[in-house]
Design a protein around this ligand. Sequence first.
Ligand code: SF4
Length: 365
Amino acid sequence: MFKLSKYAVVAILPTNAALSLCFSTKTGEMLLIPTKVFDFIKNKEWNNLKSNELLELVRTELLVCEDEDETNFVLQFDEMSQNNNILLSTIQPTANCQLDCHYCGQVHSNVIMSDEILQKMLGRIKNIILTNPNYKTVCITWYGGEPLMALDCICKFYEDMFKFCEENSINYISDIITNAMLLTLENFAILMKCKVMSIQITIDGTKETHDKRRITKDGKGSFDIIFNNLCKVIHSEIYSLYKPKIILRINIDSTNYQEVPILIDFLKKNNIFNKVNVFFAPIIEWGDNGADKVSLTTKEFAEKEIEWLILLYTNGQIHTELLPIRKSLNCMVNGQISEQGTHTQLVANKGEYFNLVKNQLELGN
Ligand code: SF4
């Protein structure tokens, strides 16, 4: 018969014990069900479930076939889902950065990608696309060190790759993760020309706090430079013309979590808040660097994050990605781009199971 998926998370509503929220981490779907229905599931009283309830529970994979090896299914699904039509490529054009953030997991050096490496990388990406006709889009993420320290490299890459994409009917999209120290209006215009339409910048709190953690290599604060650049960019005509997505990341630990509402207020006063997407990230350890010594626990962070998301919501910023969607790839670097195969078969198997339950219910009716 059925069993409750081990990837289901169920919680009774704190405001109404008669209702329970069921979140299927396998499908990323949430159902609000009567708590008594959940009791039927726990007690395996399948006959007490109405047909439509049963179908919804199976469709969302909260209920699965009782002999299903779920872990194996998830692993197979992940493996076979990795080959889609987007080629994701993260490029570090430099190993250098002006800053010395205490939580940084990198060792910086004054090195910029050479033309020779750049050409090899272009050749490799083109070769992957030409030998995999499934690819319809190439998505380049510029990452560092600080990628804007190698802006020439970004431009050269774009000019060559965009021409190739046009000739081969491939979409080209791009984003950048930058500390914004060099995000002048001039450089912003270059990024827009290079179709870098999503820009992630980090600000870690008020000037006082930010400047204690995100210092330059010679020990100076970076808040004023970053924030002034951000203001100029967001209030510029170029921004109005291209409307890129600007993501503001706030790295949180126990030393700055109380500043979130103050920072949001500050962004609102500077007419920035409604033009950026704010998100919060816990500070974690990178490569044994001890960055997490004063981090919040996962539970503390999660509890605070709910408050911050409500704060964003009440100020008009709605996070539609609040519930995590099902991902077959935890991180793009885990993808095996040379691997062939699709997840069609597994999806078909799941679909068959759903149809089987549906048919049986219809027959029963
Ligand atoms: S800006 Fe990024 S790369 Fe540079 S030191 Fe800070 S965390 Fe490291």
